[in-house]
Design a protein around this ligand. Sequence first.
Ligand code: NI
Length: 261
Amino acid sequence: MLFDSHAHIDDERFEEDRDAVLARARENGVAGLINIGADMNSSRRSIELAARYAEVYAAVGNHPHDTAAVQPGDYDQLAEWTAQPKVVAIGEIGLDYYYDHSPRDIQQQVFIRHLDVARQTGMPVIIHDRDAHGDIMRILKSEGKGLTGVLHCYSGSMEMAQEVLKLGFYISIAGPITFKNAAKLPEIAAAVPLERLLVETDCPYLTPHPYRGKRNEPAYVRVVAQRVAEVRRMELEALAEATTQNVCRLFSIDAGSLKKE
Ligand code: NI
């Protein structure tokens, strides 16, 4: 049983065939997925999808790209949403210094406010970090006390991974591990303790090899997991079981509620 810990199936690219996409995921052994909010609208859509589909869980939050649009009242709304039964995390939140769609000081302020909401509500956090490793770690250490969560689509160094693990956080591996230019990622995926590892698609983005160029979808988490299993020299089945258990532990999802194929 696999679990896609990070998907965006609310994306309009799934509007035409969402049922078929979820059926394909199930055929590939994907027992569940977390649909991730990237702004207030997609957070609301995540909750709607979780209500409609048994295997979908929801995270709510504002992606660093959209932080300039966050309104003061949004934090209360997010906190309120966490009371819904299938809302399992605050995310995705964090910093993106690659695109810099929102000014960095605003990204940081909004990131910290989301960490506060997570602490108040007892939710884990799902963190987006692109080219912002230093500030992510600095803020997590100073403002993330008492929190747990995951660094999604991990792209940092081995040294940073050690720091992340020391803070009690998990590391999630996405499609880039299958790319020819994956650099240090296979080595890092092999070194992370099995009980701290997650796998994800981040679909519709980051389609793994050999499907690059096509839309990504939750079924392809199998391809990511296969590559992670390979670099760890273990069977896919064992990797799938362990990473699914990790998702259930981190996000307080009842493993018994996941349907076997
Ligand atoms: Ni994402």
